[in-house]
Write a protein that binds this ligand. Structure first.
Ligand code: RB5
Length: 142
């Protein structure tokens, strides 16, 4: 199950993301926001982060205008590794190296075509399970 969260800046792109996930047959849970009315991004960043640490969802997708506020918020929750990505190389590397559990996007930064490619790359790339990467991830939580 994939947890989705966005603010008003990410709302329009999130509608494209939901359609894309449905076309791929992937299940998601939408934690809002549910319109383009102005809201505070921490609410949605925390909701998605909590859904992951509770085990309700395995991965998350967060979108705000820049992707920064919502990813910084999510990363304050212990156990969350949210990667703000604007390119597919980073999306692949952060899964392989950081075992990131959230990809964050800036809807005012990337277009919808690239955003969906980044999401597919993130969702489809497994963690490397390399000892050095496991060690470094453990060090993050010390
Ligand atoms: C909202 O205007 C904007 O500040 C928000 O979407 C995000 O970019 C914050 O980091």
């Amino acid at each position: 199950m994939i947890a989705l969260g966005c603010d008003h800046g990410g709302y329009a792109l999130m509608q494209d993301v939901k359609k894309h996930l449905e076309e791929r047959g992937l299940e998601y849970k939408d934690y809002g926001t549910y319109s383009e009315a102005s809201v505070d991004y921490p609410i949605y960043g925390k909701a998605v982060a909590n859904a992951i640490v509770s085990g309700e969802c395995e991965k998350g997708i967060l979108i705000c205008g820049t992707g920064i506020g919502i990813s910084v918020t999510a990363n304050k929750v212990k156990g969350i590794r949210a990667a703000l990505c604007s390119d597919c190389f980073s999306a692949k590397a952060t899964r392989e190296h950081n075992n990131s559990n959230i990809v964050a996007l800036g809807a005012r930064v990337v277009g919808p075509g690239l955003a969906l490619q980044i999401i597919d790359t993130f969702l489809d790339t497994p963690f490397s399970n390399d000892e050095r990467h496991i060690r470094r991830i453990e060090q993050m939580e010390d």
